[in-house]
Design a protein around this ligand. Sequence first.
Ligand SMILES: [Zn+2]
Length: 636
Amino acid sequence: MRGPEAIEYEIAAVDPHAHLFEVTLTIARPDPAGQELALPAWIPGSYLVREFARNIVRIEASSDGKPLALTKLDKHSWRLAPCEGPASVRYRVYAWDLSVRGAHLDATHGFFNGTSVFLRVLGQEHEACAVRIAAPAGEFGRDWRVATTLPADGAPRWGFGRYRAADYDELIDHPVEMGRFTTASFEAGGATHDIAVTGRHDADLERLCRDLARICETQIALFEPGSRRAPVDRYLFLVMAVGDGYGGLEHRSSTALICRRNDLPYAGMEGVPDGYRGFLGLASHEYFHTWHVKRIKPAVFADYELGGENYTRLLWIFEGFTSYYDDLALPRSGVLDEAGYLKELAKTISSVMRGPGRFEQSVAESSFDAWIKYYRQDENAPNAIVSYYAKGALVALSLDLTIRARSRGRHSLDDVMRLAWRRYGRDFYARPPGSRQGLPEDGFPELLAEATGLRLDAEIRDWAEGTTDLPLQQLFEPFGLELKFEGADHAGARLAAKLRPRDGSLEFAQIVNGGPAHAAGLAAGDTLVAIDGLRVADENALKALLERRSNGATLKMHAFRRDELFETTLTLAPARPSEARLAVSKRESAAQRKLRAAWLQVSADGASRVPADEASRVATEARVPAESAPTSESPR
Ligand SMILES: [Zn+2]
C-alpha cells in the first residue's frame, strides 16, 4: 500500500434494492481554472455510444468541507468551480444492466466496468489512481468477495480493499465482480488463470479448467512459439451464468462473459455438446483479444477518444481474425476434432451466405459504420449489412489458405499475427501513453507481405473492400476440402423470410430482398392470417402447407399490416442455396491431406496431436450458488 494518489476513488454498494453504487472521487490538484470531469460515452470493445452518464442520479462536490458548485457542460461532462483543492465529488450510479458492458447491483451480487462508474479527470488521465472497493455495510454483502485483475494495493486476494491503476486507461480496463462466486484456476504459459463463476450453476469446473487450459496454451504458442509465455502474469475469466444470454467483452488481462448456465459442462458430460462448444468459442475469442485488439490495435485505438465514436475500417481484422482464430484453436488444442471444426466453419459460411446485405456493404464499411449499423441492427439488417465478425473470419480463412497454398506450407496467417505482435503488441503498455502505436488504416497489406513474402494487395482489396463472394470453393481445393451449398430446411426459407410466433399467429420478422415474400409485398411486422383460405397459426402449420405446394405454385395470402387486412399472391421459389456443407474430399491426395493437417495442427488422420489426458493443474473451491436474472447479448 502506498500513499494517497493524485486521484482517489472509493466505490461502495450502498443500496442493492435501488441498485445504487456510490462513488467518491478525490482530486488532490484540481485545475485551478475549474476542473472538468466526464464519464465515457462508450466502453472500448463494444462499438456503440451508450451514454453511461445517464445513470448518474445524484452528484455533488465539496472542497475543504464546503460545498463546491458543479456545472453541467454537456450530457456527460461537468466543471467544478475553481478551488485550491483537494476537491471531492460524490455521486450515485444506477446499476441495473446485467450485461458485460455496464454495471449491475442487487442483493445477490454486483458487477461494474469502470466506464460506468469512474468519472475521468480531464487533463489528468495519465495520473496514477487508487480505488478503494468498500465492503457493503449491510447484511446482504456479509460473505461477498471481489474478483478483478485491478492490481491490489493492500487488498487481499479476492478481497475488498485498496487497488490501483497506472492511469485512467488501465482503471477502466479491469471489470470488477463482487458477490458469492465460485472460483477455480489453472496454469498456462507460466501464468495463473482464474475463473470466477457468478449465478446459480452446477458446472464441472475441473472439465472447464482442463479445456480452457488447452485453448489458452494453443493461443500462447501461436504468438510466442519460442518462450510459450502468456502475455500477462494473471488472467481472469469472469463468468455470469444466467438462464439465457451470450456475450463477452475483452480486457487487457481479463474478460467478462455471460452465458446460459446449461452451456457450462456438467459432471459426467461426454463429448462437446453445441452449447458448451459455443461457450468455449466465446472464451477462446475473448482470450485471443488479449493479444489482438488489447495490445495489437488499430492506430486510432492506441489512445481512445472516450467522448464519442472512434472510427476504423479495420474491425474485420480485429474482430474478424479473432473470430477465425477462436474456433481454429479448438481443433488445434484437441478440444474438438477435425469433423467438428469443419461443421463450425460451415456454420460461419452459411451465416454470411444467408444475407443479401453482403452485396451492399463490405467488411471495411461494416467496420466503419459499426456504431450505427452492426450494433444497431433492425429488421432490415440482413438486406443492408454484413457482419465484420463472420465475413471477417472468412477473409482471414481465405488469406490463411492462400498464404499456405502459395508458399507450399512454409508461411501462414500465423506469421502475420506474430509479426503484428512483435511490432505493435508485445511492448504496447510498456510504452508511455502518447507514444503507443497501432496498425495504420492502410498498413495491413505491407504487414502481410513482410511476414510472408507474398503480395496479396489485390486479394485484400477485393475481399475487405469489395462485395463479391469469396472464392472459398477454389481456396479449399488444395486442402482436400469440398464445399457445397443447399437450401435451408425450414418453412421461412421458401418464402425468403423470417417468421416468429406472436399472440397465436405468425409474424414476419424479416423479409429477404429478392425473395418470394418481398415480391409479394409483405413487410416486417405483418401478421400472417391465412394461406389459400386456411389459418396458419404456427410454424408447423406453415411447413405442412408448404410441403404440399411445389415451386412455381401461387399462394393466396391474407395478412394484417397494423390493423388493416390485405390480400396478396405469393409465388413459391426454391430456397436459396445458402447452407454450407464442408467435407473432406473422397479423392484427396497425400499432399492435400498434409497441407490440411498442418493448418489445423492435427495428425494426418484427422485426430488431434494433443494427448487426450494432457494434465493441467486445477484447483476448485466449493460451489456457492447465487441468483441472477436472465439477459441477452450478441456481439462479442
Ligand atoms: Zn471480439
